[in-house]
Write a protein that binds this ligand. Structure first.
Ligand code: GLN
Length: 271
């Protein structure tokens, strides 16, 4: 018996797979299966295949991405959560108290904060998320809504309510960290279909991270943690930046997931 739902024969995987493969999709069989199981009608299937063949990222075509075995909505133009970010989510969940106040800056789709909030070890979460891009904010409202959180539109911490100051246990930020001069080297899907503001981290790729590190002590509770993703190459400089703002830094790295996370702890002392 076929694993695929019954659609007219023009929607059969045998028709779709060669088209996807010819367009350069390496995992054409898997993609065909995902498209068929996500589409509601055969016209949907055709439309999705056309968009994928035209070069849109698979997640934008499907309208969702997976992170930590959870599905999150991803709208056109919005940064697609990367699988490597599951490492940061795991680190954040391990540091979160059971009743956690979580802040997600540069939240994009909102998947990262929501995944931390939905981690099995986090019993309840108060989640706040911000992004400067209105399309990301719209998308994040759907994902952050799954844990009853709040999404604010604005530049980093600017839109946050003052009542959150000094209360955040976990501050996560998938800042844009690609050096400006290297944005042109990114895969086409990222360069063309994700907003530049989600990717371009300035000259050395650490400009936004500097601003997040500067803001973090205002929002973190004593003993709270900042977690930011970087490249392996950037990690030593990023750790220095975090330390310069009074947080105790360490670098966590997963070779398997090719993921690097700089973690800064706000000291237990008040003040
Ligand atoms: N090089 C990273 C990627 O495309 C960029 C991620 C980012 O800047 N947030 O996965």
């Amino acid at each position: 018996m076929s694993a695929f739902p019954a659609f007219p024969s023009s929607c059969a995987p045998s028709d779709i797979v060669p088209r996807l493969r010819a367009a350069g999709c390496v995992f054409a069989e898997d993609e065909a299966e995902l498209i068929i199981s996500t589409a509601r009608t055969s016209a949907d299937v055709e439309d999705m295949v056309e968009r994928r063949v035209a070069g849109l990222p698979l997640e934008h075509v499907l309208g969702w991405a997976e992170l930590c075995d959870l599905r999150f909505a991803v709208d056109p133009g919005v940064f697609v959560p990367r699988r490597r970010t599951e490492f940061l989510v795991g680190q954040a969940a391990a540091l979160a108290p059971p009743r956690a106040v979580v802040l997600d800056l540069c939240c994009g789709s909102g998947a990262v904060g929501a995944a931390v909030g939905r981690a099995p070890s986090v019993a309840s979460v108060e989640l706040h998320a911000t992004d400067i891009d209105p399309a990301a904010v719209r998308c994040a409202r759907r994902n952050v809504g799954t844990v009853g959180g709040h999404v604010y539109e604005g530049d980093l911490d600017a839109p946050l309510p003052a009542t959150l100051r000094g209360r955040v246990d976990i501050l996560v930020a998938i800042v844009p960290y690609v050096p400006s001069g290297e944005v042109g080297l990114l895969p086409r899907e990222a360069r063309i279909h994700e907003s530049r503001v989600a990717l371009d981290g300035g000259g050395d790729g650490l400009d936004i991270l500097r601003r997040v590190a500067e803001a973090a002590p205002r929002w973190l509770t004593p003993g709270g943690h900042l977690l930011v993703e970087t490249s392996e190459r950037q990690a030593p400089s990023a750790a220095d930046i975090v330390a310069a703002h009074g947080l105790s830094p360490r670098v966590a790295r997963s070779e398997e997931m090719e993921a690097t996370v700089v973690i800064g702890r706000r000291d237990g002392r008040l003040g």
